[in-house]
Design a protein around this ligand. Structure first.
Ligand SMILES: Nc1ncnc2c1ncn2[C@@H]1O[C@H](COP(=O)(O)OP(=O)(O)OP(=O)(O)O)[C@@H](O)[C@H]1O
Length: 236
């Protein structure tokens, strides 16, 4: 891992409009999170349901602007892999792959040259040329993962998607991801699967109620997290 900081968050907060049952007003999904993401880092983000993990990934991806705090970003391309992904349902897998590549800063001919590899990795067969409204959620994730693996963004932000798809594809995507990490790619992974996080990440950020609780090497953060779960008797 190099010392080059790709994205830096300083006391970042994101507020949403609260629902009527919450009596309106603003609701802080992220309250105060600071983070320095370095090139080549394999960062896991852990925390209970609703802690703000997905919101944090959307800030890192540049999809959400913070309502407080500061984000400093180098000239990096980020790809967010999430089940709530922004594909166009009426376009084919192929056209969505081209769009994603363009949005990640590739030239049209670069992404077109990679289409056969994307189609092959996805194992979508003829579905690659069908509108993705006809895909299952597992098929959408196959497409998204295949694009990300072939396009090679500077930063891959992965939100609970590795468990989607059948066991064979999970194994293949996990292996492809580990290979990318071995080559020094930067990955941020949100997952409730501790074995997955333990296998892929060497550093962890633990957040609760939108605030950073602890950041550090994987084993120390897991230890503190488990201790707290034990104390509160709560499940992750
Ligand atoms: N677009 C939105 N509008 C309103 N509230 C939102 C929106 N997105 C997230 N929230 C709220 O912000 C809080 C944090 O949500 P977020 O999805 O970031 O948590 P999470 O840690 O990823 O949760 P989980 O582990 O359950 O996926 C939640 O209370 C959620 O309901």
């Amino acid at each position: 891992m190099s010392d080059e900081v790709l994205i830096e968050l300083e006391n970042v907060g994101v507020a949403f409009n609260a629902t009527r049952s919450m009596r309106g007003g603003r609701y802080w999904a992220l309250e105060d999170v600071s983070l320095r993401l370095k090139r080549g880092e394999r960062l896991g983000v852990i925390g209970r349901n609703g802690a703000g993990k997905s919101t944090l990934l959307r800030v890192l991806a540049g999809i959400l602007e913070p309502d407080r705090g500061r984000v400093r970003r180098g000239p990096v391309s980020c790809q967010l892999l999430s089940l709530a992904l922004g594909f166009m349902p009426y376009l084919t897998g192929r056209d969505n792959a081209v769009l994603s590549g363009l949005m990640l800063g590739l030239r049209q001919r670069e992404i077109i040259a990679r289409l056969p590899a994307i189609r092959e990795f996805s194992e979508l067969g003829d579905f690659f040329d069908e509108p993705i409204s006809s895909y299952s959620s597992g098929m959408v994730m196959r497409l998204a993962f295949s694009v990300a693996i072939q396009v090679e963004p500077d930063v891959m932000l992965i939100d609970e998607v590795l468990a989607v798809g059948d066991a064979e594809f999970q194994q293949k995507s996990g292996a492809a991801l580990r290979e990318r990490m071995r080559q020094g790619h930067t990955v941020v992974l949100v997952s409730h699967s501790e074995p997955e996080v333990a296998k892929l990440c060497d550093r962890l950020l633990w957040i609760e109620h939108g605030r950073s609780v602890m950041e550090g090497d994987r084993d120390s953060v897991f230890e503190a997290y488990h201790q707290q779960l034990h104390l509160t008797g709560a499940a992750a």
